[in-house]
Design a binder for this molecule. Structure first.
Ligand SMILES: Nc1ncnc2c1ncn2[C@@H]1O[C@H](COP(=O)(O)OS(=O)(=O)O)[C@@H](OP(=O)(O)O)[C@H]1O
Length: 204
């Protein structure tokens, strides 16, 4: 359960699977209909490969991405039920939340901009939460070794901090033809998602 917030405090909770779990919107709504919801979304093609990279790091003997992604290799039909593909059907998931919450209560963070402009993206999150813009450009630097932005000085520490080694891993390499098929597969879903979200995330 969420702890009670004191005056002036904001309580946050993060569970990636909430966005895609059927019963969550109704349950969250029953807890609080005024809650503010934040979702980080990235190109579903990259997301699927990232997901597969995570799965294979834990179970190295699983079949190739290609053989799991296709239901039928000959017809090119994708297996939309396979979790790494299904999670990227953002329109489907967002619609379930929109059945319970208005869009104004849902803030969508671009995973791509979170990397290219972390302060800008977090500025919008702070505005959405009604907070003062405390986190700004001066809190980040680009770490060339990690290849990602890192914090200059996290609270309570004098040393810089990057996310752990499971964040920002080299992805499994995927056949370019399969990538093209994946892009075709997601295009109509992405278009629907942009329409529901009222913004274009620019995924090709
Ligand atoms: N600053 C910074 N440093 C490292 N990684 C960053 C950063 N900002 C965003 N990302 C992207 O976050 C991706 C990992 O997030 P996860 O989806 O695993 O997070 S979680 O499941 O919600 O904990 C991870 O995905 P992969 O690149 O596929 O590993 C990153 O691309």
């Amino acid at each position: 359960m969420m702890p009670k917030a004191l005056e002036g405090q904001v309580v946050m909770e993060k569970t990636p699977r909430y966005f895609v779990t059927m019963e969550t919107p109704a349950r969250v709504h029953a807890m609080s209909r005024h809650v503010k919801l934040i979702v980080v979304v990235r190109d579903p093609v990259t997301r699927a490969i990232s997901d597969y990279t995570q799965i294979i790091s834990k179970t190295p003997d699983i079949p190739s991405f290609e053989s799991l992604a296709f239901k039928n290799h000959t017809t090119g039909e994708m297996d939309a039920q396979w979790s790494p593909l299904w999670i990227g059907l953002y329109a489907l998931h967002l619609q379930r939340w929109l059945d319970w919450f208005p869009l104004e209560q849902i803030h969508l963070v671009s995973g791509e901009r979170l990397i290219s402009d972390p302060a800008g993206e977090l500025g919008k999150v702070q505005d959405f939460l009604g907070l003062q813009r405390i986190v700004t450009d001066k809190h980040f630097y680009f770490n060339k070794t990690k290849g990602f932005p890192c914090l200059k000085k996290p609270e309570g520490s004098s040393k810089p901090h990057c996310l752990g080694k499971t964040k920002g891993r080299t992805h499994a390499s995927i056949d370019p033809d399969v990538l093209l098929r994946l892009r075709d597969f997601y295009r109509p879903h992405n278009d629907k998602f942009y329409q529901l979200a009222g913004q274009d995330f620019g995924w090709q």
